[in-house]
Design a protein around this ligand. Structure first.
Ligand code: Z5A
Length: 205
């Protein structure tokens, strides 16, 4: 099963990812826990350029970079894990491109869908959790970090509001499940586990 966690930065995706990983391991599984942009050495190198604010790039280049990283990640990590029947849980995937480069930066959604489709070879998640939190809450969680803001973190509130709206619009499909990211980590994890459990049981019925 291929599970993706989406949401604006600071929504609690990474925290939920590790909670789900622990739960899956507790059930005797060996999940692949991964993230985008990243997951392979080449994808991590592309991530460095993508997030580095001192290298000026335009929105379309952002879209090409995240999809170049994704092509490597899917081919070398995600597909082999799924073929080995491992559960894959990924922090961000194609909806992030549509939300950030599309709703956030204004790149045409049709162009982005084609790029994503090409990079993934048509691989789509079975379940997408969208951890939804108000932008002010999310930013207050992450803006205490010591590191200088990266290319995306440096954007203003309006940008992050557009991205949040994008995620919620994209979430109107049966494949998506919106979670209330203002919940504390434990109840949020329980909600996600309940949903995952239901979907897994439905698949084996
Ligand atoms: N990007 C893109 O533009 N296009 C794409 O196609 C893709 C990505 C794939 C990668 O950033 C950037 O790439 C991202 C979008 C862009 N930039 N932004 N914005 P990243 O990988 O460096 O980081 P991130 O994905 O944005 O996530 P994050 O900042 O690490 O946040 P998070 O994973 O959602 O949250 P967290 O680390 O789990 O928690 C943040 C803090 O909140 C931490 O102190 C926690 O202890 C706390 N927390 C977590 N959960 C809770 C709850 N439930 N309640 C209260 N506090 C909580």
């Amino acid at each position: 099963m291929f599970v993706v966690i989406e949401g604006i930065e600071g929504s609690g995706k990474s925290t939920l990812l590790s909670g789900l990983g622990e739960w899956l391991r507790g059930r005797g599984q060996e999940p692949l826990l991964t993230f985008e942009p990243g997951g392979t050495p080449a994808a991590r190198a592309i991530r460095e350029i993508f997030l580095n604010r001192s290298i000026a790039i335009g929105p379309l280049t952002e879209a090409f970079l995240v999809n170049a990283a994704r092509a490597e990640h899917v081919a070398d990590e995600i597909r082999p894990a799924l073929e080995a029947r491992r559960t894959v849980v990924c922090d961000r995937f194609t909806d992030s491109t549509l939300a950030y480069q599309g709703y956030g930066r204004g790149v045409d959604l049709g162009v982005l869908r084609t790029l994503c489709e090409t990079a993934t070879g048509g691989l789509a998640p079975d379940l997408v959790f969208v951890v939804d939190v108000p932008v002010a809450v999310a930013l207050s969680r992450v803006r205490t970090r010591a590191e200088a803001p990266d290319r995306i973190e440096a954007e203003g509130t309006d940008f992050h509001e557009r991205v949040r709206r994008g995620f919620l619009e994209l979430a109107r499909t049966p494949r998506h499940r919106v979670l209330d990211g203002t919940l504390a980590p434990e109840p949020l994890l329980e909600e996600a586990i309940r949903e995952l459990h239901e979907r897994t049981s439905a698949r084996v019925r």
